[in-house]
Write a protein that binds this ligand. Structure first.
Ligand code: TRP
Length: 337
């Protein structure tokens, strides 16, 4: 039996280069390895926990993120792509798992803690938001996932899921699989900074991202705006690499490492202008993004097809979920008929 892999994203915005290097590329490699039964999903229910007053935004991003998925090469023949809210077993599993978690433990979850501070909930934390790690445990266990490829920020979620699984199995018998996080390899694990640099990660709210859907003109304009070295005023001045976003991106994306080394040396010595380096970065990024962009534009002409993929994937995920739910109901003695 193949191992099961599951991961997903909140549909709260289009996917950007940070998602691409931090998770999408890794998922593709895992899909292509053929070693896993893959499930990738749009976590609309989770997106609603902090966007419940703007549901249309979540709705619109279902199609956008699905387009991003298909454009980068997630293949519905190899990966089950589905929508969280269509899996009716998930809220039911969540209710049973809520008995196995304390409020104090939820409040200690580092990821949730950070988000609560960021969103300024203060003392008025919506219960649905506080409990989303429990619903995430349902996401991970409905298909008995062995591995969950995520970024480091999601480790506390996997840890909390593991605690729930251990507790469930201890009380009700061995029913649930204990999942493991799968982190991206070294090079990809670092957070990609936004175009404004200064260690801020790429994010929609900061308006500093490069999106997979950006056209060539936008890509060029964004690279031209990129933060470099504020002390590098004239071409002949020596430039600095530290905190220089353009070089950070070259380190991540350029495959010709020797050329990058040459550019770095020249830049530090003086005599190499920012625009030259930026134009090189444009060539590198555009070569990688062009095929993705073209596929995305093509797919966007037929939203009916994309929604059909999600519908069929959701039907398949539902079958798997119903099996697990039946086992869970039996284990907790509520399989009456
Ligand atoms: N919490 C994840 C995020 O914010 C999305 C997500 C929801 C997820 N359920 C999941 C990821 C289950 C992996 C497994 O990106």
């Amino acid at each position: 039996m193949r191992k099961v892999l599951l991961t997903g994203d909140r549909p709260s915005g289009q996917l950007h280069l940070g998602h691409y290097v931090g998770s999408l590329k890794n998922r593709l490699a895992l899909q292509e390895s053929g070693e896993y039964d893959c499930f990738v999903f749009l976590a609309d229910v989770q997106a609603l926990t902090d966007n419940f007053a703007t549901p249309q935004k979540v709705r619109d991003n279902i199609l956008e993120v699905a387009l991003d998925y298909l454009a980068v090469g997630l293949d519905p023949q190899k990966t089950t792509l589905f929508i969280q809210s269509l899996i009716r077993a998930l809220p039911e599993l969540t209710v049973y798992y809520l008995n196995l978690v304390t409020l104090a433990r939820l409040e200690r979850n580092p990821t949730v803690k950070t988000e609560i501070a960021q969103k300024g909930f203060g003392a008025s934390i919506p219960a649905g938001f506080l409990c989303y790690p429990v619903s995430q445990a349902a996401d991970i266990t409905f298909c008995q996932a062995d591995v969950v490829p995520v970024g480091v920020d999601q480790l506390p979620m996997i840890e909390q899921t593991r605690e729930i699984v251990r507790s469930f199995n201890q009380i009700y018998g061995e029913v649930l699989k204990l999942p493991e996080a799968l982190l991206p390899s070294e090079g990809l694990a670092q957070r990609l900074p936004g175009i404004t640099g200064n260690d801020t990660k790429m994010s929609k709210s900061l308006d500093n991202g490069i999106y997979l859907a950006d056209d060539e003109k936008t890509l060029r304009a964004k690279i031209r705006q990129m933060y470099t070295d504020p002390l590098h005023l004239r071409v002949e001045d020596p430039g600095h690499l530290e905190g220089n976003t353009v070089f950070t991106y070259l380190d991540v994306f350029a495959s010709d490492k020797a050329e990058v080394a040459r550019l770095k040396e020249h830049y530090q010595r003086g005599g190499l202008g920012d625009v030259k380096v930026k134009d090189y970065l444009f060539e590198v990024l555009n070569a990688e993004l062009k095929p993705i962009r073209e596929r995305r534009t093509e797919l966007a002409k037929d939203p009916g097809y994309v929604m059909q993929v999600l519908k069929e994937g959701s039907a398949r995920a539902n079958e798997v979920a119903e099996e697990t739910l039946a086992q869970v109901r039996r284990a907790i003695c509520i399989d009456y008929f």
